[in-house]
Design a protein around this ligand. Structure first.
Ligand code: NDP
Ligand code: HSE
Length: 437
């Protein structure tokens, strides 16, 4: 290795993640050199406010991002976030043949197509392991290790903030608002938690997961998204009563024509983010607090679970460094990592046509014929009932119904019509059910 030309790295961003990237690059320099086969040299660090106090070499700081990207660096590591100007910087780097490592899920979810095209045109690498589930090795297993298999489903808890809140509601019985306040006080939720609690963050990650798992281009706009703000203490209690727990899930599933029930329908995919009840025995049910986990099902490999820290400076920097080593190794041998694989181009089904199951909890009048009126609405919408449980009270009854799979549109229409029946006093809780049939 003596005399081996160094791999020069431009770091864009030096906040929570970037600071840890610099620390790992510095602390582990001799090991990284040995692993890559050449020294990895930090050529510059782009920030917005150069005078801010930080634990990084001051002489490397710059605000001239374009000049840094255009300099003789081999690799650009982007940990700034947001769409612009990150998109412009990375396109410029890729077009110039510089490899890119990024943790930017928002950018990847909306612009992976043009980024991959730029990378392919110049033969550069584009790696983004940290963009989904932080430290957890997940994207490279999907992109490389499982490239010979047929993935059928990816179900993930990919947002730590919402998992922290839902876990808190489950353990204390407190309301969403109370638990969000606690999560903010403890620093788990940001001052503006919208991107997390409304499911935007998870939807970006779902788009990236679906694109890789199904060899298709899926954007965040194509992901059906529901957040957790409407999850009530009653929903959590209803789940508990049935041995289930409520999680915000990112679900990416392959739907073949026969499953869809539509004659002649070809294969498609459903990509969605919403709260759902899962059995307490499901591997994802035990994932609590701010942890992430992703459950992958594939034809030959069967079921796999990836679990760990989905955020935080050091865990995320670990994934960034893993990518940096990979792209640096490729450059040393003048090779290249995998290109985009979007050949399957599977269409994304609208949510109304996605196969889902519902749990419905009702307060109804307790008198003869009520159950048959409710059941008739299900039959009318061609929705099959899997479980019915009734609890008699003094002058009314609690009715819990869990359905078999039907299209989401049929289930929604069923719930709307049931809510209007005179014998139904209140629709207490409606939640999708996942992880069992
Ligand atoms: P921070 O907000 O902590 O850091 C952003 C950095 O980018 C700061 O150093 C900031 O400079 C710099 N920056 C912002 N705008 C510009 C600009 N116009 N020109 C130059 N520099 C700029 O973000 P994080 O470190 O938390 O996140 C970075 C990326 O990593 C995002 O894409 C995020 O989604 C992703 N990510 C983050 C995780 C986490 O746990 N934090 C987990 C997984 C992914 P300055 O310091 O001067 O303000
Ligand atoms: N805001 C994200 C979360 C972290 O709560 O999981 C980074 O993706």
């Amino acid at each position: 290795m003596p005399g081996q030309k160094p791999i020069k790295v431009a770091l864009l961003g030096c906040g929570t993640v970037g600071t840890e990237v610099v620390r790992l690059l510095t602390d582990q320099a001799p090991d990284l050199t040995a692993r890559v086969g050449a020294p990895v040299e930090l050529a510059g660090i782009a920030v917005r406010k150069p005078n801010k106090h930080r634990q990084v070499p001051a002489e490397l700081l710059t605000t001239d991002v374009d000049a840094l990207v255009e300099s003789d660096v081999d690799v650009v590591v982007e940990v700034v976030g947001g769409i612009e100007p990150a998109r412009t910087w990375l396109l410029k780097a890729l077009r110039a043949g510089k490899s890119v490592v990024t943790a930017n899920k928002a950018l990847l979810a909306d612009h992976s197509g043009e980024l991959f095209e730029a990378a392919d045109a110049s033969g550069a690498d584009l790696y983004f392991e940290a963009a989904v589930a932080g430290a957890i090795p997940l994207l490279r297993p999907l992109r490389e290790s499982l490239a010979g298999d047929r993935i059928t489903r990816v179900t993930g808890i990919v947002n730590g903030t919402t998992n922290f809140i839902l876990s808190g509601m489950d353990s204390t019985g407190a309301s969403y608002a109370e638990t969000l306040e606690e999560a903010t006080r403890l620093g788990y939720a940001e001052a503006d938690p919208t991107a997390d609690v409304d499911g935007f963050d998870a939807a970006s990650k779902a788009a990236i997961l679906a694109s890789l798992a199904f060899h298709s281009r899926v954007t965040a706009a194509e992901v059906h998204r529901e957040g957790i703000a409407s999850v009530s203490a009653a929903d959590i209690a209803a789940a508990k009563g049935l041995g289930r727990v409520v999680k915000l899930l990112a679900i990416c599933e392959r739907v073949d024509g026969s499953e869809s029930g539509e004659p002649g329908a070809g294969e498609s995919i459903s990509v969605r983010v919403h709260p759902a009840m899962i059995p307490r025995t499901h591997p994802l049910a035990g994932v609590s607090g701010a942890f992430n986990a992703v459950f992958v099902e594939a034809d030959a490999a069967g079921e796999m679970m990836f679990y760990g820290k989905g955020a935080g400076g050091a865990p995320t920097a670990s994934a960034v460094l893993g990518d940096l080593v990979a792209v640096a190794r490729n450059r040393v041998v003048s090779g290249r990592g995998p290109r985009e694989s979007a050949y399957a181009a599977l269409p994304v089904r609208p949510m109304g046509q996605a196969p889902t199951r519902y749990h419905i909890s009702l307060d109804v009048a307790d008198r003869p014929g009520v159950l048959s009126q409710v059941a008739a609405v299900f039959a009318e919408h061609d929705v099959s009932i899997a479980v019915v449980r009734q609890e008699g009270r003094v002058d009314d009854a609690g009715l819990v119904i869990v359905t078999h799979a039907a299209t989401d549109a049929a289930l929604r229409s069923t719930v709307d019509k049931i809510g209007g029946l005179p014998v139904v006093r209140e629709v207490v809780s409606v939640m999708r059910v996942e992880g069992e049939e």
